[in-house]
Design a protein around this ligand. Structure first.
Ligand SMILES: *Cc1c(COP(=O)(O)O)cnc(C)c1O
Length: 232
């Protein structure tokens, strides 16, 4: 079995190589270790190897691990990347630093209202259904600007960017990543016109396609398998 240490260094080497090919500084690409289904012990191990940002999909599972690792709370950055439900927003607003899967204004309002006042604003990405899949999470491309303008009105939320999970394909496909980058650029033009801060985050790229995502401008990679191994 591959150790966590070697898996993590392979991922770092992949990022560095792709960044070089893309002529981008590797520091412009943040690595989120997606730890869903893996234990707090595995997360602590990754922490000791230098990893700081972790991604979780399921609220209850995440809260348990965040509590177990509360002694590291100030060093860790917790990203919520799973589907959002109204009855879970309070826990997310209280325990997470980032949310990548925002797709409804109602949820954004709740997250803003429920964000504890002593914490900095919640950092948020809008999830886009980039491959136009039926019954998939995320807003359609043509809804992004409207939701971005609404979310920018909320006090305890900083809109940082866009997130997408492209539909699985046989061959790695650049198109969905290009589409997300262009969407961010067009949406930013409107934000500038309305005197809102621009979005600086493209959350795209997973274990199988991180190189393509980097070439196309990803600033945050969400990597599970390639770090922690195959999920059961
Ligand atoms: C599980 C998951 C990942 C990580 O996927 P891997 O293929 O294991 O790298 C990334 N993003 C989201 C939203 C996920 O649910």
């Amino acid at each position: 079995m591959q150790t966590l240490q070697s898996a993590l260094s392979i991922v770092h080497a992949r990022i560095k190589k792709a960044a070089q090919l893309a002529n981008r500084p590797p520091e412009s690409i943040a690595l989120i270790a997606v730890s869903k289904t893996f234990s707090a012990t595995a997360i602590a191990h990754a922490y000791h190897l230098g990893q700081r940002a972790f991604g979780e999909n399921y609220v209850q599972e995440a809260i348990t691990k965040i509590s177990t690792l509360s002694h590291l709370r100030n060093q860790l950055i917790w990203h919520f990347i799973g589907p959002l439900q109204s009855n879970k927003t309070q826990l997310i607003a209280t325990h997470f630093d980032w949310v990548h899967s925002l797709d409804r204004f109602k949820i954004a309002q709740r997250l803003s209202q429920q964000r504890p006042p002593h914490l900095p604003p919640l950092q948020v990405c809008l999830q886009v259904n980039i491959s136009d899949e039926i019954s998939k999470h995320g807003i359609n491309s043509n809804e992004v600007t409207a939701l971005a303008l609404q979310v920018n009105q909320l006090k305890n939320i900083n809109l940082r960017g866009l997130m997408a999970i492209p539909a699985p394909t046989q061959q790695p496909d650049h198109k969905p990543f290009i589409k997300l980058r262009k969407l961010l650029e067009t949406c930013n033009q409107t934000l500038i016109q309305q005197h809102f801060p621009i979005m600086d985050t493209l959350s795209m790229g997973m274990s199988a396609d991180l190189e393509i995502a980097i070439i196309e401008g990803a600033t945050m990679l969400r990597i599970g398998n390639a770090i922690f191994g195959v999920r059961k």
